[in-house]
Design a protein around this ligand. Structure first.
Ligand SMILES: Nc1nc2c(ncn2[C@@H]2O[C@H](COP(=O)(O)OP(=O)(O)O)[C@@H](O)[C@H]2O)c(=O)[nH]1
Ligand SMILES: [Mg+2]
Length: 285
């Protein structure tokens, strides 16, 4: 497929392309200058609400905006967990929204990256990616984004956890959402003191408060290669490499792999024995 670069592509055509990517089609990400914004943060911190408000503000500023929401998926069905589907609260001809599920072995970040590039090459100015929050994926999203935002909210244990994790070091800016809640002033002061070099914004996503300032910042953000922190890129590259090695392995050894899955499930083998057997199969390649 090399029709990936086409600024006059319709939403329907983009949707079809995305489905192919989600289903594992090998598509080389097209070149695009669009800014990719990654939004991470604990569940419930208000990412979806904030993205809705940001998309509204950006569309009002005349921009074409793509939003990719990453849905958590069940490890058994591989589909998106029902009820967790995130929707924007408005539609607009200059807004493209798509939620993608983390399915199978394929990494969501690789798909999200390719989809973001496809949207960029299709004429969208800014692509916003919402992640589930709290995990390896957050690092990956920071690696593939030009600008990464970490959404926190006051008095949330999950937000405090986020502060302790490395993700705060990687994020380019912090958004303290739910500024209408009690304790927000104290939390803000604490953030300011702890991270004096970070851009920190305060928002009430529910009422679009502070969103104008945030979107102006997003539009004026110039991504420079060296802001892509080494740790995020190392983690992303390692993950991509694992995936490539694993898919190479599966191509040659799918039967052995499945045999071992069954053997462990039937308790005929310990999981580490299976891994040893699989490693032996790999060396026979
Ligand atoms: N009080 C208050 N509630 C908010 C704000 N932003 C979002 N919420 C609410 O927080 C809950 C979680 O929001 P959601 O956007 O789904 O969070 P996500 O899981 O991070 O995507 C919802 O009930 C929102 O209405 C805010 O600024 N203030
Ligand atoms: Mg959400």
């Amino acid at each position: 497929m090399d029709e990936s670069n086409n600024t006059s592509r319709s939403k329907r055509e983009i949707a079809k392309l995305i489905t192919q990517i989600e289903n594992g089609a090998e598509l080389t990400p097209p070149h695009s200058e669009a800014t990719v914004v990654g939004v991470t943060g604990a569940p419930g911190s208000g990412k979806s609400t904030l993205i809705s408000a940001m998309a509204r503000a950006l569309v009002d500023k005349g921009k074409k905006i793509g939003v990719i929401a990453v849905d958590p998926s069940s490890p058994i069905s591989g589909g998106a967990v029902l009820g967790d589907r995130i929707r924007l609260n408005f539609t607009h001809e200059n807004l493209f929204f798509r939620s993608i599920a983390t399915r199978g072995m394929r990494s969501i970040s690789k798909s999200a990256y390719t989809i973001a590039k496809v949207l960029g090459a299709s004429g969208y100015d800014m692509i916003i990616i919402e992640t589930v929050g709290g995990g390896q994926e957050d690092y990956e999203i920071c690696a593939i984004s030009d600008l990464s935002l970490l959404v926190l909210c006051p008095e949330s244990g999950d937000s405090i956890q986020m502060l302790k994790s490395g993700i705060i070091e990687l994020a380019d800016a912090i958004v303290l959402n739910k500024s209408d809640m009690e304790g927000s002033e104290i939390f803000y002061t604490m953030l300011k003191n702890s991270f004096p070099e970070k851009h920190i914004f305060r928002t009430v996503a529910l009422y679009s408060k502070g969103v104008d300032e945030l979107t102006s910042f997003m539009l004026s953000w110039k991504s420079v290669e060296d802001h892509r922190k080494e740790a995020a890129i190392r983690s992303f590259l390692a993950m991509m490499l694992k995936e490539e090695l694993f898919s190479g392995f599966l191509k040659e050894n799918r039967d052995v792999f499945e045999e071992n899955v069954r053997a462990v499930a039937k308790r005929e083998k310990e999981i580490y024995e299976a891994i040893e057997d699989l490693m032996r199969a790999k060396h026979k390649l």
